[in-house]
Design a protein around this ligand. Structure first.
Ligand SMILES: [Zn+2]
Length: 577
């Protein structure tokens, strides 16, 4: 009961004292001054935002003895009687505790009797959606033909549970949550009157925890006051509520923006050490980042319902932030609530999320990361020229080990391919090395390592060894004269030394097996094409003949003379369609 004391003590006695809900106060005041008072009002909105307080103000106003513009004066006998709860003509009932059929119905039916003293007999029915059906029927009957002196003020947090027949007979007022600024101001006023010192940020922390409910804010304040000592500190608030100071939220956001993993983790450590609720802290961070995102999207149009100092930091963070980063962080961090609830590892999920948010935005800038299987570290298939490689950037794992024994233990015999790509640093960083260096795994379906014929030639012995494990005959065929010749984006061309080998390698099962092993080694699907070395030579001869013939065409000859040129190729003009 003690926790209600403050809320009761500081309950507004006049419209002027009321915090927030200006739109409602203005309308009601005008109605009172103009004498346009309705028979039924319904106040809806979240709990603790002033519905009952306004209902009492209205009940006072309609019976107040002061001039209409002054009503409710808060000082006349009618006003004080309502404030004390002794006004016979103002009947307050909580529908939640008057659910027995006859009780509520009887009370409502008594509205037919004239008021004892005042001008109006006022019924304030809180949580009206809890009324029994019989009581609702009685209420409806009364509202259909209300006596002139009757006035009903209904309040509810769940307007959708109130029958439409009732709603249609009421003036409806929707109460908003209190904004942080109003709540902070009200808390500070009360602190002055109670001779309580509020540490910097304390009022803001209470207001944030109260999420727009003044009653909750004052109830928290009351509890903190009961600690004694005359000062309310942030630490007390954190201890009571598990909420975190705004500066920790700002600090973590700054660390994310600066990509400073160390700073981010030390914020988490600090928050955990304070005994704050990590889940609540994660929610606070998500709310904060959401505001940063909203301001980023619409710097002028976004209204911030936060303390002034927090609004400043949100605006400056929005200027520094990238929208894609904010979206990725929000996605990642908003999953935390569930993780933290189910994880037995304390703040670890938050730490992981923070590290991932900083380290991995490049992993998945626009989309959620594809959970690609992480290949084990590449088994080196190249065992020579190590000194050169050791100083080079880490080579992306092109090869997924497909054998249990280390391939490198068996130095490959000299391969024909080695002959034409010998001392070159064949393992020069591939194009995607940089993007993938912190990604760890190639994301399938996205950029896979770029393989050129040199890479493939180098890996060919290992590939052949794996083919041997499946088909010894094919291995023998390959060893007798089938080599990588060309690699394009989706196809590998193999060169054969003879037409007979060409025919063999083109047999469907052989093609399929090579493709399958190739995919295991590269993480990518290639089609196998084959070309015989002899055919290639023939093709080259044929081309040379065509070029020679072309050079004999008179107009080409003339062009060659004029430009001192040679024929290097023939292009067929594209059809215009
Ligand atoms: Zn009065």
């Amino acid at each position: 009961m003690a926790t209600q004391a403050l809320y009761r003590r500081y309950r507004s006695q006049t419209f002027d004292e009321l915090v927030g809900q200006e739109h409602i106060v203005r309308t009601l005041r005008n109605a009172i001054v103009d004498g346009r008072i309705g028979h039924a009002y319904i106040f809806t909105g979240p709990r603790g935002v002033g519905k009952t307080t306004v209902a009492r103000l209205l009940a006072k106003a309609v019976n107040c003895l002061a001039e209409p513009a002054e009503r409710p004066c808060g000082t006349c006998s009618m006003c004080t009687a309502v404030a004390e709860g002794s006004a016979v003509d103002v009947i307050e009932m909580d529908a939640a505790s008057h659910t027995s059929v006859d009780d509520a119905r009887e009370i409502i039916e008594r509205v037919q009797f004239r008021p004892a003293i005042g001008r109006y007999k006022v019924y304030i029915i809180d949580e009206v959606h809890m009324l029994s059906t019989a009581a609702f029927n009685a209420l409806l009957k009364t509202l259909e033909e209300p006596p002139n002196h009757a006035m009903f003020i209904l309040a509810t947090t769940e307007i959708h549970k109130v029958p439409a027949t009732i709603l249609s007979r009421c003036q409806r007022y929707t109460f908003n949550r209190h904004n942080v600024g109003d709540t902070v101001a009200h808390l500070r006023e009360i602190a002055v009157q109670e001779s309580i010192t509020l540490e910097d940020g304390a009022a803001e922390a209470i207001a944030r925890a109260a999420t727009g409910s003044m009653r909750d804010a004052l109830s928290i304040f009351d509890q903190l006051m009961s600690y004694g000592g005359g000062t309310i500190t942030l630490q007390q608030i954190q201890g009571l509520l598990g909420v975190t100071a705004a500066q920790e939220i700002t600090a973590l956001t700054d660390a994310l923006l600066d990509a400073d993993v160390g700073a981010a983790l030390s914020v988490v450590a600090r928050v955990a050490a304070q005994g704050a609720d990590i889940r609540q802290f994660s929610r606070d961070i998500v709310n904060h980042l959401r505001l940063v995102m909203l301001v980023k999207a619409d710097p002028q149009g976004t209204e911030l319902d936060v303390a002034e100092s927090e609004a400043d930091s949100i605006r400056s963070q929005a200027q520094r932030a990238q929208m894609a980063g904010l979206v990725a962080w929000l996605r990642r961090l908003s999953e935390l609530d569930f993780e933290l609830r189910t994880s037995p590892y304390g703040q670890l999920p938050l730490e992981l999320a923070v590290v991932e948010a900083i380290a991995a935005p490049r992993l998945a800038p626009q989309s959620t990361p594809v959970p690609a299987a992480r290949p084990q570290p590449a088994t080196p298939t190249h065992t020579r020229s190590e000194p050169v490689r050791s100083s080079e950037p880490a080579r992306p794992p092109l090869v997924q080990p497909v054998r249990s024994e280390p391939v490198s233990a068996d130095p490959a015999p000299a391969e024909p391919a080695r002959a034409h790509a010998p001392e070159q640093p064949v393992s020069a960083p591939t194009r995607t090395t940089e993007e993938r260096s912190d990604a760890g795994a190639p994301v399938l379906g996205e950029r896979v390592p770029f393989i050129d014929v040199t890479d493939l030639t180098e890996r060919w012995p290992a590939i052949v060894r794996d083919i041997r494990a499946k088909n010894r005959n094919l291995e023998a065929l390959i060893k007798s004269g089938i080599h990588p010749f060309e690699v394009s984006e989706d196809a590998v061309t193999l060169k054969t030394d003879t037409d007979w080998l060409l025919a063999k390698v083109q047999e469907r099962p052989n093609i399929l097996l090579i493709e399958q092993i190739l995919e295991r080694h590269t993480g990518k699907i290639y089609r196998i094409r084959s070309v015989a070395a002899t055919q290639k030579r023939e093709a080259t001869n044929a081309k040379r003949e065509i070029l020679r013939d072309t050079s004999n065409i008179p107009i080409v000859k003339a062009a060659m003379n004029v430009f001192d040129a040679d024929v290097v190729g023939i292009e067929t003009p594209e059809k215009e369609d």
